[in-house]
Design a protein around this ligand. Structure first.
Ligand SMILES: [Zn+2]
Length: 377
């Protein structure tokens, strides 16, 4: 039976949907997407599957409005991170009002709330359309969301990632950079011939650390604090007895709303240019990936409507927050869809003991229901 929130969530957790791009051999979203589509069809809602890549399925399900109302997207992701260190990740257990298991919190709890909210939308006969998009690959490269956004739009979107029932209106973006220093390979006994690419990367690291410190002195975003920068991976050298001819460093920069990939790349270029006074110092830098930060005005209609609904459900005004980690909300916002993030309480996302508070999923569902009745009326 999957007619109650805990039962439906339990069924979703039992379906392994580990992201195969993140974890080689991961099962992927095929089975869970099929389950979600079948569940919706059984409840009289037509659902389509969108295949971003072979085996990487997302679900799109629309409850058509009677016409003239505002349209709304409800969003959750189908995939989870891996399960290393967990003994029974796909056997959900309930203790003290919490459900434990991989994906309970991030984010099958939100998905279960979205599914029941869509049934409520159907029963409410609203003027505007309500569309559920349950997407693949959020935990890796968001190919699911990118593919679905070619086919779906709306006047607003709610992402139901966990927010502890607070209203999240901002998160950081990030950029990935590859920096390579070029030296000259030579026998270790011939300093007259060799140029040490690893030592030159040391200069780069010193300057990047300085840039990182500089970022902490800049004006803080009210919800997100400062941007940041760190070294992630480094490789270089051929063998112990030779001068290394190259060294490659991968760097991640976390960005704030208003910072562009061009700006942050330019800052890194300036650091490298400052080192180029040494004619032996040769370096390349390229931006390999960028994901936008996310921010929406607190007085945007969807934020206001959702906050009022949550106040009604919770008996107090929910906090307005920002979150440090990146989410698909940035892609929805970049597609021109005003977006807000609101979801249940719990803990252990990406950790070995993951759990969600079941009462908070119910409160999330009630908040979604009141919001869509108000927004799409
Ligand atoms: Zn998530």
């Amino acid at each position: 039976m999957t007619e109650t929130l805990p039962d439906l969530l339990s069924a979703l957790v039992r379906l392994d949907s580990v992201n195969p791009s993140l974890v080689p051999g991961g099962v992927g979203e095929t089975r869970i997407a099929q389950f979600v589509a079948d569940w919706l069809t059984r409840h009289g809602i037509q659902a389509e599957l969108d295949e971003a890549a072979p085996g990487r399925l997302s679900v799109i399900a629309r409850v058509k409005g009677t016409g003239g109302g505002r349209s709304l997207i409800l969003n959750a992701h189908l995939d989870t991170v891996g399960t290393e260190g967990m003994t029974t990740p796909f056997e959900p257990t309930i203790r003290d009002g919490r459900m434990y298991g991989r994906g309970t919190y991030d984010m099958k709890g939100g998905l279960a709330a979205c599914l029941f909210a869509l049934l409520e939308a159907k029963n409410a006969r609203l003027q505007g359309d309500v569309t559920l998009i349950a997407v693949a690959d959020e935990e890796y490269a968001s190919i699911g969301m990118q593919s679905v956004l070619k086919r779906v739009t709306a006047d607003a979107a709610i992402v139901t990632e966990p927010t502890e029932l607070s209203v999240s209106v901002a998160h950081k973006g990030f950029t990935w950079h590859e920096i390579t220093t070029h030296g000259r390979a030579a026998h270790g006994s011939r300093p007259d011939l060799g140029v040490d690419a690893i030592a030159h990367m040391g200069r780069v690291l010193g300057q990047l650390e300085r840039l990182g410190r500089d970022l902490t002195t800049r004006e803080a975003h009210p919800l997100l604090g400062q941007g940041s920068l760190h070294a992630s991976l480094i490789s270089g050298g051929q063998e112990l007895s030779s001068y290394p001819d190259r060294c490659t460093l991968l760097v991640e920069r976390r960005t704030l709303p208003g910072e562009t990939p061009e700006q942050v790349s330019r800052e890194i270029d300036q650091v490298l240019e400052a080192l180029a006074t040494d004619p032996e110092f040769r370096v390349d830098h390229r931006l390999t990936l960028s994901r936008d930060p996310f921010g929406i005005a607190e007085d945007a209609r969807i934020v206001h409507t959702l906050r009022l609904a949550a106040t009604q459900v919770l008996g107090q005004r929910p906090a307005i927050i920002g979150q440090s980690f990146w989410m698909d909300s940035a892609l929805l916002a970049a597609a021109g869809i005003p977006t807000v993030v609101f979801g249940p309480c719990g803990g252990g996302a990406h950790a070995t003991e993951e759990w969600v508070n079941l009462a908070s999923i119910e409160q999330c569902l009630q908040t979604l229901t009141i919001t869509l009745r108000a927004f799409c009326a």
